[in-house]
Design a protein around this ligand. Sequence first.
Ligand code: DX5
Ligand code: ZN
Length: 238
Amino acid sequence: APSAIIAPSILSADFGALGKACSDTIGHGADWLHVDIMDGHFVPNITFGAPVVTKIRSHVDRPKKALGKGTFDCHMMIKFQKAGCDLYCFHYEAAMDSTAAESPETETDKKTSPKELIRYIHEQGMRAGVAIKPKTDVSVLYDLFDGGDKEEVPDMALVMTVEPGFGGQKFMPDMMPKVQALRKRYPDLNIEVDGGLSEKTIDTAADAGANVIVAGSAVFGAQDPSDVIRKLREAVEG
Ligand code: DX5
Ligand code: ZN
């Protein structure tokens, strides 16, 4: 499996001091920052929009190589919108929702098939990720990752381990067969897990084959965030 990538979710950070929280977290040894973007439609919550992402982006150095340290891993729980991300991870369920196509409000609304959307994200100079909610079958991803046109193949899969919408929920171990199936089929793929990851649940996720670890409350609620980040990394690297 590829090496461990620890991506603290700034959903659990102090929003009153978000820029500093971002730079501090990278200083604590995080690889990426996971930015949960919610629009109140796809999930019942609203977080940040593109202007906020642009402002906090300036507090963290841009990655020197694609998906390197400092990557803004944007988890888009929205119909679609353009933002200043390095990795644009959209929900498969949102891409399959035809209402966006019927009344397109943004450029990305018009790209409704996942493959078209991935191509568009790549054209914008970003890497593309595809997320699936707990009730979505993992096999929907095979058609995307099995290849074909390189520009239409995503760069990461995100297996949600909670229902998206809120931080601090309980990890769902029954999502692990999805991770195992993906790891078996794609040995080199970056496989991200998001929701309820902590020192208590990391071994289950790492054993299943996840290597990109999102952790919100576990990192931002810790006395010593750098210690938590180190332990998550060690669990993945074994
Ligand atoms: C939930 C978000 C998560 C959230 C995780 O919709 O996608 O990224 O911040 O928070 P924890 O790690 O506290 O479950
Ligand atoms: Zn997330």
